[in-house]
Ligand binder design. Structure first.
Ligand code: ATP
Ligand code: MG
Length: 268
């Protein structure tokens, strides 16, 4: 069952100059898949995530979510679907600056109708899972970048989303924090194997957890590789350097997995 299906999706930002951020994007993601999206800066990754997360609409083309054409949904229905089934980790976190870490994490639950005490209890647990329960009362400005990122991740996971969209969720994290974050994603999936994860990343370790990689360039998908690296395992993917366009038909090559943290357990 396809959870995401885009058909000739195009996004053009209109302004003094029209910027075609997405061009004819056809992407299918099955329920329960974990995919990584990569590509150079400006290649359209965040634009795509915003559409997949129902935060923006395409200029043309279709986005079917769980088989439902989203273009016919009202803004209200889109917001409802977003709150009900999508967890979003934004590039740059998007935390509410005047609210504590605990409030940032508990608010989506409160909006979803959970009673405040219970929401805060769950939020505290979620902060514990990403290793920052002791910072629950801090404002974002009182947290390091990595800590803010972990608050954003706790917030994205709090409603047990069936689809997690994460835009550079591990950038700038040290390898222990990174492994902890990826373990949290995996835990979400272990709890519910039907959870679909779409993660934008430039990071080898983060990409190595995905089952499929999709490369964007100039708003188009230029290469797509299932994890067909028989024998080398997901840790063997060369990831950080996108291939040249002439190589676009080739799969990622395998190489030395040195430095890749795979399944590291942390004591969070
Ligand atoms: N709101 C906007 N208005 C106009 N142009 C935009 C807007 N948002 C993005 N763009 C342009 O669209 C293109 C794609 O941007 P996008 O943010 O999707 O790239 P990205 O792949 O996420 O890049 P990065 O890796 O730097 O985050 C870029 O050329 C960008 O300048
Ligand atoms: Mg981006």
């Amino acid at each position: 069952m396809k959870v995401i299906e885009t058909k000739a999706l195009t996004k053009i930002y209109q302004g003094k100059e029209n910027v075609p951020a997405l061009v004819d994007v056809n992407l299918n993601v099955e329920r329960g898949e974990w995919i990584a999206i990569f590509g150079l800066s400006g290649s359209g990754k965040t634009s795509l995530m915003n559409i997949l997360g129902l935060l923006d609409r395409p200029t043309s083309g279709k986005y079917l979510l769980n088989g439902q054409d989203t273009s016919v949904l009202s803004a209200r229905k889109l917001a409802h679907e977003r709150g009900r089934c999508i967890g979003f980790v934004f590039q740059g976190f998007n935390l509410l600056s005047k609210e504590t870490a605990l409030r940032n994490v508990s608010l989506p639950m409160i909006y979803a109708g959970v009673e405040r005490g219970r929401a805060e209890e769950r939020a505290l647990k979620a902060l514990g899972r990403v290793g920052i329960a002791n910072r629950a009362d801090h404002l974002p400005s009182e947290l390091s970048g990595g800590q803010q990122q972990r608050v954003a991740i706790a917030r994205a996971l709090i409603n047990n989303p069936v689809m997690l969209l994460a835009d550079e969720p591990t950038s700038g994290l040290d390898s222990v924090s990174k492994a902890a974050v990826l373990d949290v994603f995996e835990e979400l999936r272990n709890k519910n194997p039907k959870v679909t994860i779409v993660v934008v990343t430039h990071d080898d370790e983060t990409a190595a957890r995905a089952e499929r990689k999709v490369e964007f360039r100039y708003g188009r998908i230029v290469s797509e590789g299932a994890d067909d690296l028989t024998g080398s395992g997901p840790a063997g993917v060369v990831w950080s350097k996108p291939t040249d366009l002439k190589d676009k038909a080739t799969q990622p090559t395998s190489s030395d997995p040195a430095g890749v943290v795979w399944g590291v357990s942390t004591n969070q």
